[in-house]
Design a protein around this ligand. Sequence first.
Ligand SMILES: Nc1nc2c(ncn2[C@@H]2O[C@H](COP(=O)(O)OP(=O)(O)OP(=O)(O)O)[C@@H](O)[C@H]2O)c(=O)[nH]1
Length: 357
Amino acid sequence: MQYPHTPERSTELLRQALPLMSRQSAALHPMSYAVWYAYVADTASPLRLEVDHHLAQRGSLDEATTAQLFHRYLAEHDPQTMQRVSEGLRQLIGGMSAHAALAKDQTSRYGLTLERMAAELAEAGDGGLPPDADADAAGHPPAMLEELMAHTRQMQTDMARLQQRLADSQREIDQLRHEVQRAREESQVDALTGLPNRRAFDRRLGAELSASAGGASGADARRPCLLMMDLDHFKRINDNYGHPFGDQVLRAVAQVLQAVVREPALAARVGGEEFAVLLPAATLDEALALAEKLRATVAGSRVRRKGHEAPIERITLSLGAAVWHAGEAPEALIDRADRALYTAKAAGRDRVAVADH
Ligand SMILES: Nc1nc2c(ncn2[C@@H]2O[C@H](COP(=O)(O)OP(=O)(O)OP(=O)(O)O)[C@@H](O)[C@H]2O)c(=O)[nH]1
């Protein structure tokens, strides 16, 4: 994604985009900035038509729709777009800021020159003119000088106003920068895949475990279950085909998760090539059935590289499943599921292992 506009135009576009963004249910993060920036920048774009259509039907853009729009219209052109968007925004705001600071600096220097000129002119008007100057009998400064003084004063006033405007712009830019930073920190969406990220996952896990405390017990009871999963030999994929293609594989796996995991279960990307699924209330058998479905779907998928007929080698997943027991802390549950995952790796990968109790 590029931001080809001048700093003035970019500022204006961001100014238009901000209020629109804040009305949506999707959080403010670089992905929504990118969508709304593109929305205001090109009034005839297909993205804008789709956003308008969506708004007319649903009233506001949620997280998932924002991510879809982003991937459909903005991300395809560039595999590392999210980072670019963040970086682009950072540079854009930095550029705007530098521009405003430079203009302010120049303005204030010009203002000083004008002040000095005004003082000199006033002095000249007070009788500092040489005796042969065109002063009238009462010693008033000549008309031309009066006019020059009036212009100079007017310019001083204009300069002061301009400086005020630039100071306001600077404040707005600082605020924007602050918001981008906050949005980045508060983001709950993984930029690469559009799945909930680790932060979102941790929050939900904490909430589900608290809600389950004191709930049903017994061997058949439904409880929170956790699946931790990790792509097998993923380093080889990166090494053999490059990091951008590795990213494409991660997105493909995320799509499988999105398609297979249904509410109220939550699928998230919790690390580089690690994903997790939380089932808020399930039996071990149900959790294992979902794990096996995910394993088999990923193993059965074929990933092709652009311009290559033959698919690459099979992508596989190893999974660890753990059932929560009452009173267990979230970290302990994750730890058990992780250990089961490593058991699955050690046993040959492309399989599911169950955690010890
Ligand atoms: N393309 C891409 N690669 C990533 C990303 N995050 C982590 N990785 C890569 O994932 C790989 C993980 O490698 P390892 O931890 O050695 O594990 P592995 O090769 O998958 O092997 P096993 O887990 O033992 O099966 C490293 O090469 C990381 O660079 C990402 O966002 N994009």
